[in-house]
Write a protein that binds this ligand. Structure first.
Ligand code: 6XA
Ligand code: ZN
Length: 346
């Protein structure tokens, strides 16, 4: 299996995020991707390649031009406010909740940041745009080789993507890599594409992007949003809207869920995907379902990830894996590569 590795990922290196009223060191650190790369190379799971460069049109297929323009210029705007800002991350502090207007982009920079975000836990740094842009190229390149006939490919990048919507960032995510890959598969002629999100957190961005579309099915297994981030989306009664009705499947599970129960949800998700009749699969591969994850609550073990890979292979679909969350830094490499190994050598 080819891996498209984002050589620029470490350019995105947040210093702090808001957590329980304090600024704490970021959980989403460059070492996460480094460990996955090291483990891939140790097990010789396939070529590690530079992504191809895709143009703006691949991004505007998912994200609004206004949002992309903000991301591309945010750091320069921030430093133009005060040269001393160069040493600080951008964190939002004000948001247009309900009743406020979002059609007018304010001139005020803090207000702009709030317009395009939904939490205070997602620092935007000097290299965020460069890293996220290169990450999108990894996702698109992985989709491209699958279009060209590879059975599967892996986009190894950070920042992650599944919380990013058409015009907002949050949950450590800026560009929605899984959505970009799914859209690329559609564009290249796959009639029906499924996105399976196995990250601990609901992929609210991906769901929102495809909610009214009949051609992209979204299935997600995640911590119940009543108690788990991102809180405001991911309930079982969200089944799609309009032409997309029936093409969205949420399987929320309580904190403490172990592999036996999680694996049943995986069967339900794959049955939904099979009924939908997908021609290709995009997996939002978050590793924060691991029992040792510092910010999550499921109890999956290292060996369980081999079984997950085997089961995904049995679905028999051309598959694009997209690296998402997972913060048990020492174990994230072994766990992620276990999925890929289970998939390739069942
Ligand atoms: C709150 C936690 C964000 C969760 C990010 C994540 N700052 N998403 O892993 O999949
Ligand atoms: Zn997550």
């Amino acid at each position: 299996m080819k891996t498209f590795y984002n050589h620029l990922h470490a350019q995105h290196q947040g210093k702090v995020e808001m957590f329980r009223g304090a600024l704490v060191p970021c959980f989403e650190v460059p070492a996460r991707a480094d460990h996955v790369l090291a483990e891939l190379q140790r097990r010789q799971l396939g070529a590690v390649l530079e992504p191809q460069a895709f143009d703006e049109a691949a991004l505007t297929a998912i994200h609004s031009p206004r949002y992309l323009n903000f991301l591309a210029t945010a750091w320069d705007q921030w430093v133009a406010l005060d040269a001393a800002n160069a040493d600080k991350d951008i964190l939002p502090s004000v948001w247009p909740t309900r009743t406020f207007r979002t059609d007018i982009e304010p001139d005020n920079f803090a207000a702009k940041v709030g317009l395009y975000s939904y939490d205070a836990g997602t620092p935007f740094t000097s290299g965020t745009w460069v890293a996220a842009r290169a990450g999108a190229n990894c996702a698109l390149s992985a989709a491209q080789v699958v279009v060209a006939g590879d059975r599967a490919a892996f986009a190894l990048s950070r920042p992650p993507g599944h919380h990013a919507g058409a015009d907002f960032f949050g949950g450590y995510c800026f560009l929605n890599n899984a959505a970009l890959a799914a859209q690329h598969l559609r564009h290249a002629g796959m009639k029906k594409v499924a996105v399976l999100d196995v990250d601990y957190h609901h992929g609210n961005g991906t769901q929102a992007i495809f909610f009214d579309r009949p051609d992209v099915y979204f299935a997600s297994i995640h911590g119940d949003p009543r108690t788990e981030y991102p809180f405001y989306l991911g309930h079982a009664d969200e089944t799609g809207s309009g032409a997309g009705l029936g093409a969205n499947l949420n399987l929320p599970l309580p904190r403490g869920t172990d592999y036996a129960t999680w694996a049943q949800a995986l069967e339900t998700a794959l049955a939904g995907i099979a009924r939908f009749g997908a021609d290709a699969l995009v997996v939002s591969l978050g590793m924060d379902t691991f029992e040792g994850d510092p910010i999550s609550g499921f109890k999956l073990k290292t060996d369980d990830y081999l079984r997950i890979g085997e089961r995904l292979a049995k679905a028999g679909l051309p598959t694009v894996f997209i690296f998402e969350g997972g913060y048990a830094v020492q174990e994230v490499g072994v766990n992620a590569v276990n999925v890929l190994q289970g998939f390739t050598n069942p």
